[in-house]
Every structure is written in structure tokens, then in C-alpha cells.
Design a protein around this ligand. Structure first.
Ligand SMILES: [Zn+2]
Length: 367
């Protein structure tokens, strides 16, 4: 399984200058190649190389390998949509491969710049060190808020899924971001408070409309996204560890249906709250963390999970009284609606990991 690891670089001021110059030149050169590609309607890399290589070397001062990378990047983006001329941010990401980047042990990386190669120190945590061996030959050089980092790609071995006899059902929601079938809830309260605080600030800044207000706005949306992301990381990690410790598989609903279900039950006033939440991310984190931990992950048919009583199996829309509460019209069971759904999800599992069931489907279809 492929994963990305972010290494924070600690360049000297001279090195930072050289890196920044290189990033600027590289992206300006990408703009140039894209303009040539667009004008001539040429996407082929070899053709583009004939057309632009000389200019990239002389006007943009790119070393040979970076010129090739630049042509390749501009061509790839142009190919995606030939109806528009692609443009590149001056500080956009720059791809380094093994010809222009090499690691010198666990502390420095050699990067090619307009000034030649620079040996840039970086810091690595203990956890990162343990995974250093699996770094693949390519990385993105990123420059954000004055900091350089390398996003390196790792090839991480995934263990065989463990044998399980039981399933932890997980209901993804709005008020509670996740509720598992053992009754533990992961509240979205902190995230929601954060969102409201940012929302108020944002409205105030939008009224200003000045340049600094715009910059502030941009930072704000970055901060909010990072907070959400972190919350999703914490929740998914907690659920996966719990399932692993208990020898359980994990079951969640199929994503498309989660949106449908919540849209129906969400009041209008909660729309903003809902749309700004990212079920997709939490689901994605759950699935890759489960794979890394060897915990099987199942998706189940979500129809009726929220309106079926987990005690007697009676299914009716009237059972689901409100967002929070469930009262069975047949046996009288009353309880938390999310927990009832999580228990139904846990039971809906046919003991087949997702991958295996997809393979079976393919065989059935083609074989
Ligand atoms: Zn019942």
C-alpha cells in the first residue's frame, strides 16, 4: 500500500534561497512549456522537448534533469484538458525523482537546484525512522508558509487480515461523528465549535475585503481543515485499535448512502454543518488504518439500518423518532439512535473482506 510521509526540511538561509529560486524558475518554466503546448496543440513530451528544451536551459537556467521534469509536468497537466492553457502557481509543488534527489542517511537529503546540489538537513521522528527503508524514489518538494518539506512516497507492506469472529459496527453521523456497536461515541462537538468560531471570523473578514483580510481568510480555512483532519485521524485510529485489540473486524455503511440518509434527516439549519463535514475523509482514514493493522473492513448495505430495531428486527420509519432517539413501535425498545444503527451495521456483515467479495463479483461477472 502506498502512503505519504512529510519530512520537514531545515535548510540554511542560503539553501532556502536556492530552493525557492529553483521552485520559482521551475514553475515559471512549466507556464512557458504549457503556453507552447497550448499554442501548438502539442502534448507529446518528445515534441515538447524539441520545442522548449533550449529555452528552459538558457532563459530559465534549469539543469537538464529539471528541464525534463518540467516538460513532463506541463505535458501531463495539459493532456488532462486540452481546451485550456494550464497555469502553475509560482510556489507550486516540484517533483524530485532519484536522478535529482538522494538521501544521505537519516539526516540529510541532496537536492538539485539552480546552484547545483545542496545538502539539506531534515528532522525525522522515531516513527518515521522506522519506515525510512520503504521510501520510494520520488518526492514532492512543498513550500508552505515559509517552510520547505518533502512529501515522500512509501511502499508499506500490509499484513494479512487477522482472523475475526466478531464485528465492530460503526455508524458515521453528524452530531456524533462515529458511534460504535459497543456504545462508544466520538463527538463532533469540538469540531463544530471550531467551525462556528471560524465561520464568525470569516464573515467579519469578508466584509473587510482588504488584501490582508484575504490572506487571513486563506490561513483560516487551512487551519479549520487541519483541525478536522486531525480529529478524523484520532477517531479512526481509536476505532481501529479497539477492533484489533478485541479481535474484531470493522463494518461501516457504504458511503453514498450515508449522505443520502443524513440529507433526509438533517434539518435545514444543520445543512451548513453537514456540508462542511467530511465523511469521506473519516471513511478513508478508517479503511487505510484498518488495512495497515490487518483488521478486515466490511461495508454493508445501509438500507434500513437506522429504522430497524436491533432487538426484534421490526423495521419502520416511525421507529426513528429523531436524530438522537430510537423507539421501537413493536417491542418498545428505546435507546440511542446511532448505537441502534451501529448494532445493525455490525450484524449486517457477511464475513467476507471487501477485496475478496469484489474479486468474487468479478469472477462471477467475467468467468
Ligand atoms: Zn423492537
Amino acid at each position: 500500500m502506498k502512503q505519504t510521509m512529510l519530512l520537514k526540511l531545515a535548510p540554511t538561509p542560503e539553501q532556502a534561497q536556492a530552493l525557492l529560486e529553483t521552485v520559482h524558475a521551475f514553475n515559471a518554466a512549466c507556464d512557458y512549456v504549457a503556453s507552447q503546448a497550448f499554442e501548438a496543440g502539442v502534448a507529446n513530451k518528445f515534441e515538447l522537448q524539441k520545442m522548449t528544451y533550449g529555452e528552459l536551459r538558457t532563459t530559465y537556467h534549469l539543469p537538464a534533469q529539471l528541464a525534463i521534469r518540467c516538460i513532463s509536468k506541463a505535458s501531463d497537466v495539459y493532456k488532462r484538458d486540452k481546451s485550456i492553457q494550464p497555469t502553475f502557481r509560482p510556489e507550486g509543488a516540484m517533483v524530485y525523482d532519484e536522478r535529482v534527489m538522494s538521501f544521505k542517511g537519516l539526516t540529510t537529503v541532496s537536492l538539485l537546484t539552480l546552484q547545483g546540489r545542496v545538502l539539506v538537513p531534515f528532522r525525522m521522528g522515531g516513527y518515521q525512522e522506522s519506515r525510512f527503508e520503504s521510501i520510494k524514489g520520488q518526492a514532492d518538494l512543498l513550500y508552505r508558509e515559509g517552510i520547505f518539506s518533502l512529501a515522500v512516497t512509501l511502499e508499506v507492506p500490509t499484513p494479512e487480515p487477522q482472523e475475526t469472529t466478531d464485528t465492530l459496527g460503526v455508524d458515521l453521523g453528524i452530531i456524533n461523528l462515529a458511534t460504535d456497536s459497543r456504545g462508544e461515541s466520538f463527538s463532533g462537538e469540538a469540531v463544530e465549535k471550531n467551525r462556528i468560531r471560524h465561520h464568525v471570523l470569516r464573515q467579519r473578514l469578508q466584509k473587510h475585503g482588504t488584501k490582508s483580510a484575504k490572506r487571513h481568510l486563506k490561513n483560516l480555512s487551512g487551519k479549520e481543515a487541519r483541525f478536522k483532519r486531525n480529529t478524523n485521524h484520532v477517531i479512526s485510529k481509536c476505532i481501529v485499535q479497539k477492533a484489533k485489540a478485541n479481535g474484531q473486524a470493522i463494518a461501516i455503511e457504504e458511503l453514498r448512502h450515508i449522505r443520502q440518509r443524513t440529507e433526509r434527516t438533517v434539518r435545514h439549519s444543520q445543512r451548513a454543518r453537514h456540508s462542511s463535514w467530511t465523511f469521506g475523509q473519516l471513511r478513508f482514514f478508517l479503511s487505510y488504518k484498518a488495512a495497515l493493522a490487518g483488521v478486515p473492513l466490511h461495508t454493508v448495505d445501509p438500507r434500513n439500518t437506522s429504522r430497524t430495531c436491533h432487538i426484534c428486527g421490526y423495521c419502520a420509519r416511525e421507529n426513528h423518532k429523531s436524530q438522537a432517539s430510537f423507539v421501537c413501535c413493536s417491542c418498545g425498545y428505546a435507546g440511542n439512535a446511532d448505537l441502534n444503527a451501529a448494532l445493525n451495521i455490525s450484524r449486517a456483515v457477511v464475513m467476507q473482506p471487501i477485496v475478496a467479495s469484489e474479486n468474487r463479483w468479478n469472477n462471477h461477472r467475467f468467468g
